[in-house]
Ligand binder design. Structure first.
Ligand code: FMN
Length: 234
């Protein structure tokens, strides 16, 4: 049983009357899924466009509810956490998580950060114990693969690149990926959108090619893992 959780974060649609306005990150992610489907099945596909339908920001009441032991929560507190519970259940179910995101002001869109704030939950995606010394926080999930697909207007955000110091999108996603129970991370980046030149066209073409290659590789890997797990159980 293969489950893919696909989170898109651009505020732009994948398809617009003017194709110049189409989200690059969403289209690369969709190309990954289409390539995957040519060879491998997806038993469950969970899709969220948090760019267009963002989760609400967390509030003081949300934190109060999250830190109240489940059996002591009021009906109102259960209600406040309902969406968070649902979003976390989607992560728990997933074998592969795809996050496609534009770079906005050198980091992730607020809409995607709102999703992370909803799913970073004590005793759900992490637990906290001061007995662990300087690192009391420990993730509770594991075994998942994350594919990060990004698009930026500028370029050179990789390690050693000319804008490495301004790179707060992919590094931030790596840091918070611990809440997703991620063991392996793959990345696809399209750059140069604001330059609209050959470097941009080449970067987009490379990103599409990498999406195809990774869809086939990860599809096979997941199928083999599922077969091995089924054999171990029989
Ligand atoms: C509000 C906003 C902020 C942006 N900030 C940055 C930025 O800090 N650095 C950058 O390289 N590109 C920036 N861009 C350009 C986008 O990253 C680029 O257009 C990208 O292709 C958007 O992703 P999408 O095509 O999937 O919508 C920004 C674009 C917008 C709309």
């Amino acid at each position: 049983m293969s489950t893919i959780l696909h989170i898109d974060a651009s505020i732009r649609a994948a398809s617009n009357p003017n194709p110049n306005h189409n989200s690059i990150s969403k289209n690369i992610a969709h190309h990954f899924i289409q390539t995957w489907k040519t060879r491998y099945t997806i038993d469950e596909y969970i899709y969220r466009d948090v760019g267009i339908n963002p989760p609400p920001f967390i509030t003081q009441e949300w934190i109060g509810a999250a830190f109240t032991p489940e059996q002591n929560r009021t009906a109102q507190q259960h209600d406040i956490l309902k969406l968070s519970d649902q979003l976390i259940a989607e992560i728990v179910a997933a074998d592969l998580i795809i996050i496609s995101s534009p770079m906005y002001n050198y980091g992730m869109p607020a809409q995607l950060k709102a999703w992370f704030d909803q799913i970073a939950r004590v005793n759900k995606t992490f637990d906290f114990d001061l007995a662990r010394g300087d690192f009391p926080l420990q993730p509770t999930l594991s075994g998942k693969t994350l594919l990060i697909i990004t698009s930026s207007g500028e370029f050179g955000f990789e390690q050693g690149g000319i804008r490495a110091q301004m790179s707060h999108l992919v590094p931030h996603l790596h840091t918070v990926s611990k809440y997703l129970g991620v063991d392996k991370i793959y990345e696809i980046a399209s750059e140069y959108q604001e330059f609209a030149d050959d470097r941009h066209r080449q970067s987009v073409a490379n990103a599409y090619a990498k999406a195809e290659q990774l869809a086939l590789e990860l599809g096979q890997e997941l199928e083999l893992t599922i077969e091995a797990n089924a054999a171990a159980l029989s």
